[in-house]
Structure formats: C-alpha cells, structure tokens
Design a protein around this ligand. Structure first.
Ligand code: PFF
Length: 426
C-alpha cells in the first residue's frame, strides 16, 4: 500500500492530463498503457528484487549488485528524487490553496486568473515551504506504518471522488468532444518518437520507477511476498486513477471552453479546469471540490515522502547521518530548488522536463542493464514468494528487462535529451 501511495499522486491527476494534452490525446494514452505493461511492470519487479535481495537503500543496493561503478547511478537517483520532490511540493502548495479556497469562500469564477495568482509569487513560496516542512516531519518520524494506513483509507476515497466526478462530467454539454480528444487516437501521433518518449516518461514517473524508490521500498518486503502480484496491483491502481482523472478533466475542459487556455498552460490544466467546474456546480461542487483537493494533497504528500526518503536513506547509509539530520539536509535542498519553481516562470516546466522526462528514462535504462546483465539470478529472486502461475511469467519479464528494454530506452533517452536541450534553447 505504501508503494501504491507513492505511485498515486499528482502524476496521475496533474501530470497525466497535461502530458496527454501535450501529446495530442488518445494516441498518447495508448502508448502510455503499452509502456506501463511492457516496461513499467518488469522494471518495478526488478527494482523490488534488487531492494529485497540487498536489503539496502538505492546507492548501497546498486553498489552491492553491480559494483562501485554503479554508485553514480545511485547519485542520479538521489538527484532526480530531489528535483521531483522540489516541484511536487510547489504543486502541493497550489493544491492546499485550492482546498482552502473551497473551504473559506468557494472557488473563483475566474479560473484562469485565479491560477495565475496561485501559481507564482510569495504566497506560492510560503505554501510550498509549508508542505515541504510537513514532508520533512514525516520522513524524520519514519512512519512507514502510518503511511501504509493512510493510503489504505485514502486511495479508495480518492477513487470514489474521481468516479463521481467522471459521472458528473459525462452529463456536461461538450463532454463529447472531450471524450473524442481523449479516446480517439490519431495514427500520425502514434508514430511520433517525442510522443512515445513522453508516454514512457509519464509511465515511469507515475509508477515511481527509475529513481530508486521501489528499491528502497523493496528492501522492506518479505521473502514470502509475491513481487509480481505487488507490481501488478500498484500498476493497475495507478493506471485506473490516471485514466479516470482523464475522464473528468477532458470533458470539463471542452465543456467550459477552456481548450485555448489549456494549450497556453497545459501544465495548469488540472488547476484551471477543475476549480472552474467546481464553481459551475454550485454548493455541491464546493463540497466535492474540497474533498478532491484534500485527497489530492494527501496523495501528493505520500508521494513526496517516498521521494525524500530516497535522498534521506542514501544520506543515512552513505554518510552515517542521523535520520533527523539527513531528512533536514535533503529537505532543505529540495526546499531551495522549489523556491525557484515557485517564483520563476517556466522553471517548474523545465525541472519537470529534465527530471521527469529525461532523468527517469536514464534511470530505468540503468536499472534494466543492472538487473538484466549484472544481477545474480534475477529470475530466482523475483520468483521467490510467487505463485506457480506468476512464477511462470517471471522469465518473460526478465527477458524484456535484458533484451527489449535497454535498446528501446537508449533510443528514448536520446529523444528525451534532444527535447530537453531544445526546451532550454527555445
Ligand atoms: N508517482 C508519483 C505520481 O505519479 O504522482 C510521483 C512520484 C513519486 C514520482 C515518486 C516519482 C517518484 F519517484
């Protein structure tokens, strides 16, 4: 459940719709589903396996599995986690603002203008720091059990809220064009390498693979646990929540005539379209809206905790720091980076491009090479605890990790690098 909590977060409700809009709609969704099954799930079991055999956090686990040469990859994971947690904190700050809007005076009628106010400036910084302080506090306490329990209650609630929103969205005028955009693939987009790369990155980001999280969580899993089943549960929950979020966001965008604004700030899709919808829905909308943003906030925090945990656990293992010091140092670094995202226009998008699009692809590529070519008997480790049926699937997954994923990801890493460089220079 903690892994579900890590996977389900703003990636599902904020990043997925925005990436889908960027990637031209339904073709992106199909590719995303394909990448989840073809790469995401095998890599997740691989990460669980590395964590479970070594019982170490990311840097140590890489060193023990692959040798010293793999330590820099561990540092890349730490860097990726810090970058991602820094801007997720800013977004969680926006989420807090919207939850408070709903509670105190209702959502604004001017959704686009309100987003412009909320998303940058001193108050955005203050809310970012508040959320980051809370995350640091949780990592200091190391409340593994607490997180698990929160997730068990929260994820079903979040899912119910999303389903009711999707039902409501289906009654809107304009739901039709929204669904058409979301669910009718264009063949040309299917062949665009940038769209494929974006879909792969989104799958990894959303599943929390490629940055050491599932290694760290895997180190806490018992030998009796069926890793394939665990990865399947995490991935299916994650995909369902993202998919239903799309069923809400796209009809709303089209019904409220926001598609123009969305192309200007696809990154803000969720934070413009949904509060707009909640305003239109009156009193019920206000209640549902508060529920939605509170649930999203908690889902964001369970994801942020897992990210900060990667950096903190590495600092504890590598430098012998106390948990408290480690969490504070890592949190302070992320807090500073987050201030950049909360004050500088466009910085958040750049960080997301570098870490969320490029680094995760490199991270997954490295993991496939490590488990495919360096780890001793990965099939045996991953199949430990599996049922007879799932044990039969494991060699297939390891085959993918060994022969299919590395060349495919090498190509996607080049595409991601090219797009990242382009986003810097224009
Ligand atoms: N998977 C989380 C989400 O989809 O919101 C965010 C996230 C958590 C990304 C942990 C990366 C990560 F390592």
């Amino acid at each position: 459940m903690a892994a579900v909590g890590s996977a389900v977060g703003p990636g599902n409700m904020w990043r997925f719709p925005y990436q889908t809009a960027d990637g031209g709609g339904a073709a992106f969704v199909l590719l995303y589903l394909g990448m989840t099954f073809l790469i995401g799930i095998p890599i997740m079991v691989a990460e669980f396996g590395v964590g479970r055999t070594t019982r170490l956090s990311s840097i140590g686990a890489l060193r023990s599995t692959g040798g010293r040469g793999w330590v820099p990859v561990g540092y890349l994971y730490v860097l990726t986690s810090l970058l991602i947690v820094s801007y997720l904190s800013v977004i969680a700050g926006w989420t807090t603002r919207y939850a408070l809007d709903g509670m105190l005076h209702g959502f604004s009628s001017e959704a686009g203008a309100r987003f412009a106010e909320v998303s940058t400036g001193p108050t955005a910084v203050a809310f970012h720091l508040l959320v980051m302080a809370l995350t640091i506090g949780i990592v200091v306490l190391g409340i593994k059990r607490g997180i698990e329990r929160i997730c068990l209650v929260l994820m079903p609630i979040l899912f119910l809220i999303l389903i009711s929103l999707a039902v409501w969205a289906s009654t809107l005028d304009g739901a039709g064009p929204g669904y058409a955009f979301y669910l009718t693939p264009s063949i040309s987009a299917l062949k665009d390498p940038t769209v494929l790369q974006g879909a792969a990155s989104q799958a990894f980001f959303s599943l929390s693979v490629g940055m050491g999280i599932m290694i760290t969580y895997g180190s806490y899993i018992s030998k009796h646990e069926n890793l394939s089943r665990a990865a399947l549960i995490v991935s299916l929950s994650d995909f369902s929540i993202a998919f239903v979020a799309g069923l809400v966001v796209f009809p709303v965008i089209f019904a409220l005539g926001l598609s123009g604004q969305v192309t200007e700030s696809t990154l803000g899709t969720l934070f413009i379209s949904l509060p707009g919808a909640f305003f239109e829905m009156g009193a019920v909308g206000r209640m549902v809206g508060v529920g939605f943003f509170v649930a999203l906030l908690v889902a964001s925090i369970t994801s942020m905790v897992s990210l900060l945990e990667v950096a903190a656990a590495a600092a504890i293992d590598e430098f012998g720091l106390q948990r408290k010091t480690a969490a504070l140092v890592a949190g302070a670094l992320a807090a500073v980076l987050g201030v950049v995202s909360a004050t500088t226009n466009g910085a958040l998008g750049v960080f997301d491009q570098v870490a969320g699009d490029f680094f995760v692809v490199v991270g997954v590529l490295a993991m496939s090479l490590l488990v495919g070519w360096r780890m001793n008997e990965p099939v045996k480790e991953i199949a430990t605890g599996a049922t007879e049926f799932t044990a039969r699937l494991v060699p297939g997954a390891v085959f993918l990790v060994r022969y299919v994923i590395p060349p495919l990801l090498a190509i996607l890493a080049v595409v991601a690098l090219r797009d990242t460089v382009r986003s810097f220079f224009g």
